[in-house]
Design a protein around this ligand. Sequence first.
Ligand code: NAI
Ligand code: MG
Length: 351
Amino acid sequence: EASKVISLAVIPGDGIGPEVTAEAVKVLKAVTQDGPARFELTEYQLGAEHWLRTGETLPDETLEALKGHDAILFGAVGAAPGDTQMPSGLIEREMLLKLRFSLDHFVNLRPSKLYPGVASPLANPGDIDFIVVREGTEGPYVGNGGSLRTGTEHEIATEVSLNTAHGVERVVRDAFRRASERPRKKLTLVHKHNVLVYAGSLWKRTFESVAADFPDVETDYLHVDAATIFLTTNPSRFDVIVTDNLFGDIITDLAAAVTGGIGLAASGNINMEGTFPSMFEPVHGSAPDIAGQQKADPTAAILSAALMLHHLGFDAEAERVEQAVESDVASRAGNTRTTAEIGDAIAAAVS
Ligand code: NAI
Ligand code: MG
């Protein structure tokens, strides 16, 4: 069987980033060893350590080189909180956000699933299995603001949320398509259109007009504050959620918490138009407190690789990884394994 060659950029990053990324790559290689894809890896050194060594965050030539790949697998970046050499937010703004904006990652995809055998902090979690489609390139995160008379008692600061008809339409349409492909076919718009009336109205009208193209998808609307209540009291009511950049940032952390935590939360920063490569990464950071000790759970990184396999069209391979993760997670109670041992077990299960 002919194998498709996938040119994959790997950015391991800092802290536990390289440890969990190594396991994700191990599982990718195992699940594709007999085809249909062969991954050709190019590693890029970026992150806090790289900045400390070179003063570079994301050089233009690195960004251009990344654009030439089919996909990007990302670990985590960030210095330890006590590291005073690293200016706060520098890596986030000049590397992570710059990547997401330059590569037009307008779909930030975050699945939330409570796996059998995983403890939720909720007393009655029910069956949790939903995905959040968060807009990734607009909203209040675009840097559309400034301050005047800074540091005085007359300081004025603005941070204007930017919402375009094109930007809202493409992410809402993507969410409808994802909902129509899932068994429950239900899509909830989360916003705050009673107070944020201009952006809210654009989101609401767009949602209603795209809904007409997906008559089989059941629709629902929640204000973001009410959504946080239901995510805690009745998370099984959700199937697909679509929301803006800021609300999505907040509710996906809540979603990760109710489904058993950060070691399992995967994400994709996706450019559905295919103009630039999409990037897949665990939701967690570089965890300096446990870095270099083989204590990190690589599951979120491995599930992010599965999201990448889905995105690249290798659904059967993605599902094998997801099933192997599900059985591995179910058998974890009481045993402590190293990062590499967990990766080995999942790689063996998909081989
Ligand atoms: P963090 O996610 O790195 O760690 C929070 C807590 O969760 C820590 O106690 C850590 O040990 C634990 N943890 C995280 N991932 C784990 C895993 N796979 N297995 C087991 N335990 C895990 O968040 P924190 O501490 O706020 O940030 C540390 C650094 O990471 C900072 O520099 C921050 O800016 C950066 N960061 C980077 C992100 C990214 O690259 N996308 C996202 C979040 C934070
Ligand atoms: Mg966040």
